[in-house]
Design a protein around this ligand. Structure first.
Ligand code: FAD
Length: 432
């Protein structure tokens, strides 16, 4: 007779603690068999490449596997299509159900609804739980049942609703894991990747930093933001723990966590934004799209110190400070009049904390094409921004050591390019 198990399918929730779907599975009283499935298209068979995000994710998986050892279990890694993996597990076990946590990206919804149907055909039920956010798409709606597209009103409702719920994690029955001999997780090399400079470490709270966040967050040289984005991307930390800290320590930080959920529900309700402007009329916007200028921007070689500093920080570390993200994005879309989608794709490839909804929402916000976006006449002047937020050039000096040389020629004249942007945006607006 086959052994009865429940499967817990780790995805973007790489932790044991305060994991809603996992806790639900463990509460059923049937051994829980933990799996992680690697999409074969991500695997490099013939040569090894460097990818910081994959390296980080891999280290997080190794960490989960080590944690599971404590409970007499392990993380079972598979390379393949989820349906095929579950079908082959069904030959070995009597699968009583599959639990996982929900994602909010269009590709996830497509994949999971097909998978649910296919599995149902084989008699296996799949449950996905809310874990990645405090409030998902249908939790915060306007009185008429439609989604919010203005952040301020959304955030007010979000905060009201927070008063009505309990955030504390439910204790999980950790002894209910499927007991097995422990083994190392698949190695990074087996997947076709090389070790990079990224180090995963379980997140350590710096309460003082969060309490100072409101005053210091805008100064890139101070390193005063939490850098928790990558942990939220891969779910190595629970959003409930973040919000509990924010409630006690900083409303400004809480507001940022709400932006994250705001953009997730925008992507859910308006999935077209993944490839198109939220404001449809921008589909015909006359971007200049100069490829040489784009390459200079990517490489941090525009001759504008703050822009170059940001892009070099991104290229060298996989991170960029939020204020600087706004400056480089504004420079790309406004001064260079390059389509925000080019910048969005570059960020997606480089950012360790890359998140489709936040990246897309913020790019569209800067470009003026998004919901609740910055007005077209807001063009960040990178020199003024540098004076204000990096007055001693601590940040610029770190990434652009040659910044004080007088003979560095910017690829555009900032004043001229700003005037050009204003005129193109204005003319475009008047054409409607
Ligand atoms: C052009 C552009 C692209 C961006 N792309 C991404 C992206 O791919 N992934 C991403 O997580 N954030 C993105 N952001 C938002 C923001 O810059 C980062 O979340 C933040 O810099 C991450 O650093 P941190 O973890 O130290 O954040 P903190 O400042 O400490 O904030 C804590 C968390 O709040 C959330 N948050 C903060 N600001 C925002 C915001 N404006 N929108 C949505 N969530 C926010 C993030 O989850 C962040 O980790 C982008 C911003 C811009 C202007």
């Amino acid at each position: 007779m086959k052994e009865k198990v429940l499967i817990f399918w780790f995805q973007r929730d790489l932790r044991i603690a305060d994991n809603v779907g996992l806790a639900l599975a463990l509460a059923q009283g049937i051994p829980v068999y933990p799996v992680f499935i690697i999409d074969p298209t991500l695997v490099h068979e013939h040569e090894c490449i460097e990818d910081r995000s994959i390296d980080y994710m891999h280290q997080a998986l190794v960490h989960v596997n080590l944690n599971l050892k404590t409970y007499g279990s392990r993380l079972h890694g598979y390379i393949g299509k989820p349906l095929e993996v579950f079908q082959s597990l069904a030959e070995q076990f009597d699968i009583q159900g599959i639990y996982c946590n929900r994602d909010y990206e269009p590709a996830y919804y497509q994949r999971i609804s097909i998978l649910k149907d296919q599995l149902q055909g084989t008699g296996i039920l799949l449950w996905d739980a809310k874990d990645q956010v405090i409030f998902e798409q249908h939790d915060i709606l306007k009185k008429d049942g439609t989604p919010y597209s203005v952040y301020g009103a959304y955030a007010r409702k979000w905060k009201e609703k927070l008063q009505t719920i309990q955030l504390e994690a439910q204790p999980a029955a950790l002894t209910n894991f499927y007991q097995t001999e422990w083994q190392e997780f698949l190695s990074l090399r087996q997947l076709g990747y090389l070790k990079t400079d990224v180090e995963f470490a379980a997140y350590e709270w710096d309460e003082y930093q969060i309490s100072q966040y409101g005053d210091l967050r805008d100064f890139p040289g101070k390193g005063a933001t939490t850098r928790i984005g990558v942990a939220l991307r891969f779910g190595t930390i629970s959003i409930r723990q973040c919000v509990l800290k924010a409630i006690n320590l900083s409303e400004v930080w809480l507001n940022e966590l709400i932006w994250r959920e705001f953009f997730k529900q925008i992507l859910y309700h308006f999935p077209d934004v993944e490839h198109q402007p939220f404001k449809k009329r921008f589909e015909t916007f006359p971007w200049r799209n100069n490829e040489e200028e784009f390459v200079c921007w990517c490489l941090g070689r525009t001759g504008i110190p703050m822009v170059d500093a940001g892009m070099r920080e991104l290229n060298e570390t996989g991170f960029m400070h939020n204020r600087v993200r706004m400056i480089v994005a504004s420079f790309l879309c406004k001064h260079l009049l390059i389509d925000w989608r080019w910048g969005e794709a570059y960020f997606a490839a480089k950012l360790l904390d890359y998140d489709l909804s936040s990246n897309n929402g913020n790019w569209q916000w800067v470009a003026g094409t998004g919901c609740d976006a910055a007005p077209f006449f807001r063009i960040f002047n990178p020199l003024v921004q540098a004076k204000r937020f990096d007055p001693d050039a601590v940040y610029v000096r770190r990434w652009v050591p040659e910044w004080e040389q007088k003979d560095i020629k910017p690829i555009v004249d900032l004043q001229e390019a700003s005037k050009r942007a204003l005129s193109v945006y204005r003319q475009f607006r008047e054409s409607f």
